[in-house]
Write a protein that binds this ligand. Structure first.
Ligand code: PEP
Ligand code: MG
Length: 902
């Protein structure tokens, strides 16, 4: 029989850090902390397997399966805490929290203070000798439980939470501003009003029976695995549906019991920059989610952090000390204990930890620890620092790199010139680095209103996730570095400035007022997420400067990889950028991209519209010098490395003008009538151009195109060779599905090259190979391999043709497929291993069976996507090729794949 409940407490635990998949991040962390002697309130974890059973079979059968064990575990918590669930004297209260394998901040539900009812509230009051606290906890619990479990949460952005409305009216009647100004009688009357609201809305009394509260809360947490925002977050972060969430039931400790109580969140290193400095935020006399929700401005844990904060906010030292003291100053002994705990945790887990803690009457309790989310810059810095500190070896350090996150480091920053004249608007916290300019929107669901928008909110909530993802940057008036906005933005690698307190945001009028100046929806602003500065207008950006540690990561990637990385580049400039990032050659030059500019497109159109061979040859002769010059630039940039140049691929129809005015112009230039041009355009139209007259079919029907391109390649190669450089041209035939197609093109290429060699009285070694992007090519790769010197997988077309999903039209149904679980991810982004992957594997095997020296690579978009790169490593490709800015990502992904599958 499976075990679904794992208990922890008093230095013992049934689980451990190794059981993350089963216990979730939170549950496994709580277990491990117990095992290493860190103070953790006792509790138990219901496994992710139970959640999956619940999702599959429903509550009745699942709960029947776990009921006895839950009761037993709860009993153990009662014994350890010497408290009793529902007791009128000494009641045990618990929190019921979600906790998936990976953290999904704020996406799922949590309920605190569970176990309170009309009886136990009196018990809590007696035990703590603090009636105000007891009644405050009860009213918070009713609100939380009713919002989440009884579905009383507002459903639209205009609605206000019914409980907030009640408390506001009570405060108004009393003439006070803060919740803390309400006395115990106010709170008691609030509880009455809250319960009335529950009865009015649900028709039932607020559930008084603690067992019933518990089971309903467990069910609500299981249900929250499938709420819309959790689903969206999973899609965004490629988290599988079938992981499920664990549920953690744990004895409550209280940070809101007075001035020696507090609650906070800390990081063992700076999650934004990676600096090795303990940091975080806390609130005195506050409960659980207050810090995370960003409702009150939190204070810094450390003195140094507090001083830095004050400086960034322009707060004077005396004000800081009295109004915003650090924990180090306000509760020095507990601070020291916390500092030791964080050191111990980092030493134990050997990675930056993100911790949640509560101080109850001076006693420290840890409620969570996990590997902290971090920016790309912090990720690199922390991995390298941990290596230098001797805590991890270089292989481990390299595996700590999430390849996709390197992207953030490559992003632009504002130019110094732009910053010189930029009009400063406000300062907030540097929550997530980068530079972003955009037009203001005030609601997450309106982020799409402008192509570049900045989402401006008082604070963000999990509902805003989608809009945050769409916006270029996020700016909030409230909330600290650990607020929802900050954590989520860092996870997304999105520029974010938080807690810019000077901003007055008016949602109704859709305005932002600061220092007497009003900005409206649609106005441009710019954010510097690395400094927290907010500027007026749109600012110019420049490329990122890469730190030395980036180089160290790349050195490790070089050392541990088996595959190498090439780039897809169509211009000498792109080739140079890619070289800087460590690309070893070019995997794909799409020659058609060279035809779109200025004079070239005219010659191209002449070629297409020509009515005979002579006309075509005339036009091709005009294109030749353009191509040759481009190739020379690329060969020069890739000195010493292979350069794969693909022969013309797309349907000719893509090059001709479709509007009458342009057709008229073309007609005039070519001495044709408008009608003749229109007729030709009409003739070129295809029902299904992706399966039409394209790829090698062009070169076969018009061999003069292949001749011209081969001539340009070989002449350019000879010219660059003459300069003393090492040129390695590779000519690639697209869209081959039949060996005869390749054979035909091969003959044209060889003949043309020989002619050029004779003319120039010089030769150069070159390869001829083919793209593998038609399923048939995979099936007959043994025969194709006999004459091809290399294969390069065109996984864009191979995906299109294997799945039968049009690359251009899949957008109409793919989002639906993904949202409804028919597909887990977009197969055009992440290689479909089961289908397309099999094709690739088969083609490699077939090809190598007849040609053991066959070189194999991939140049579709998947070449820069880490999980696909891993697959290509597994099936034994020699290289992957991707766009220049993804080269570092692919290099690290390839090395990690090699380390993982050694
Ligand atoms: C491919 O199909 O994967 C490929 C690289 O070619 P293109 O995207 O140009 O069709
Ligand atoms: Mg293709």
């Amino acid at each position: 029989m499976s075990k679904y409940i794992y208990t922890f407490g008093d230095g013992k635990a049934e689980g451990s850090a190794a059981m993350k998949n089963l216990l979730g991040g939170k549950g496994s962390g709580l277990a491990e902390m117990n095992l290493i002697g860190i103070p953790v309130p006792p509790g138990f974890t219901i496994t992710t397997e139970a959640c999956n059973l619940y999702t599959k079979n429903g509550a009745e059968s699942t709960f029947a399966l776990i009921k006895a064990d839950v009761e037993q575990a709860l009993h153990q918590v009662e014994e350890l805490t010497k408290m009793e669930f529902g007791s009128a004297e000494n009641p045990l209260l618990v929190s019921v929290r979600s906790g998936a394998r990976v953290s999904m901040p704020g996406m799922m539900d949590t309920i605190l203070n569970l176990g309170l009812n009309d009886v136990s509230v009196e018990g809590l009051s007696k035990r703590t000798n603090n009636p105000r606290f007891a009644w405050d906890s009860y009213r918070r619990f009713i609100q939380m439980f009713s919002d989440i479990v009884l579905d009383m949460k507002p459903t639209t952005k205009e609605d206000i939470d019914p409980f907030e409305e009640i408390i506001e009216s009570v405060k108004h009647a009393k003439g006070v501003k803060q919740d803390t100004e309400l006395d115990v009688e106010d709170l008691k009357s609030l509880v009455v009003k809250y319960k009335e609201a529950v009865k009015a809305k649900t028709g039932n009394d607020f559930p008084q029976e603690p067992q019933q509260q518990l089971w309903r809360a467990i069910q609500a947490v299981f249900d929250s695995w499938n709420n819309d925002r959790a689903k969206y977050y999973r899609i965004l972060n490629k988290i599988p549906e079938d992981w499920g969430t664990a549920v953690n039931v744990q004895a409550m400790v209280f940070g809101n019991m007075g001035n020696t109580s507090a609650t906070g969140v800390g990081f063992t290193r700076d999650a934004s920059t990676g600096e090795n400095i303990f940091n975080g935020e806390y609130l005195i006399n506050a409960q659980g989610e207050d810090v995370v929700a960003g409702i009150r401005t939190p204070q810094q844990i450390t003195l140094i952090g507090s001083k830095r904060w004050a400086e960034s906010q322009g707060v004077q030292e005396d004000v800081r000390k009295t109004q915003f003291p650090s924990l180090e100053e306000s509760l020095p002994e507990t601070y020291l204990e916390l500092k030791n705990v964080q050191e111990k945790l980092e030493q134990h887990f050997k990675d930056m930890q993100d911790i949640e803690f509560t101080i109850q009457n001076g006693k420290l309790w840890l409620l969570q620890c996990r590997n902290g989310k971090r920016t790309g810059a912090a990720m690199v810095q922390i991995a390298c620092d941990l290596f230098r500190e001797g805590k991890i070896d270089e292989k481990t350090a390299l595996k700590r790199i999430e390849p996709n996150k390197l992207d953030e480091l490559l992003h632009p920053i504002f130019t110094p010139e732009a910053l010189k004249t930029a009009k400063f608007v406000a300062k907030g916290l540097p929550a997530s680095p980068g530079a972003a300019s955009g037009q203001i929107v005030f609601f997450a669901d309106e982020a799409k209103k402008f192509a570049q928008s900045i989402l401006v909110r008082i604070e963000t909530s999990p509902e805003d996730l989608e809009g945050m993802n769409i916006a270029r940057g996020i700016l909030t008036a409230r909330g600290g570095m650990t607020s929802h906005a900050a954590v989520v933005a860092r996870g997304m690698g999105k520029c974010c400035v938080c807690g810019a307190g000077a901003l007055n945001i008016n949602y109704k009028q859709r305005t932002l007022e600061v220092g007497g100046k009003v900005y409206a929806e649609g106005d441009w602003i710019s954010l510097n997420g690395s400094t927290g500065d907010v500027f007026e207008g749109k600012l110019q950006t420049q490329e990122a400067q890469l730190s030395g540690d980036f180089g160290l990561i790349m050195d490790w990637a070089e050392k541990y990889t088996r595959m190498y990385v090439r780039t897809n580049a169509d211009t000498p400039k792109d080739a140079q950028v890619a070289r800087k990032f460590g690309a070893k050659g070019i995997g794909l030059t799409r020659t058609e991209h060279m035809f779109f500019e200025g004079e070239r497109i005219k010659a191209m159109r002449e070629m297409i519209l020509a009515s005979d061979l002579a006309g075509r040859q005339l036009a091709l002769a005009k294109l030749l010098p353009f191509q040759r010059t481009d190739f020379e630039g690329i060969f020069e940039a890739m000195n010493g490395y292979g350069v794969t140049i693909r022969l013309l691929d797309p349907p000719l129809h893509e090059f001709v003008p479709h509007e009458t005015a342009q057709q008229q112009e073309l007609a005039q230039e070519m001495g044709l009538t408008l009608e003749q041009v229109k007729q030709k355009v009409h003739e070129l139209a295809e029902f299904n151009p992706m399966l039409g007259h394209r790829g090698c079919r062009l070169g076969i029907t018009y061999p003069e195109i292949t001749e011209m391109q081969t001539r340009a390649i070989i002449e350019a190669a000879l010219n660059i060779k003459a300069k003393g450089l090492d040129v390695k041209p590779e000519i690639m035939v697209p869209l081959v599905g039949n060996v005869n197609e390749l054979e035909h093109q091969l003959k044209v290429v060889r003949k043309t090259a020989d002619t050029v060699f004779k003319e120039r009285n010089d030769t150069i070694h070159y390869l001829v190979g083919t793209m593998i992007e038609v399923p048939r090519a995979c099936l007959v790769a043994d025969s194709i391999g006999q004459i091809a010197e290399f294969f390069s997988f065109g996984t864009n077309d191979l995906t299109q043709m294997t799945l039968g999903f049009s690359r251009d039209d899949a957008g109409k149904f793919l989002p639906y497929y993904i949202n409804n679980g028919i597909l887990k991810v977009d197969p055009f982004q992440v290689l479909d291993r089961q289908g397309v992957g099999k094709m690739v594997e088969l083609a490699v095997k077939n090809g190598k069976s007849t040609n053991p020296n066959l070189k194999v690579g991939i140049c579709g978009e998947h070449g820069g996507e880490p999980s696909s790169v891993e697959f290509f490593h597994i099936v034994g490709l020699d290289y992957v090729s991707c766009s220049p800015f993804r080269v570092p990502i692919a290099r690290v992904a390839a090395a990690i794949a090699n380390l993982t599958h050694a």
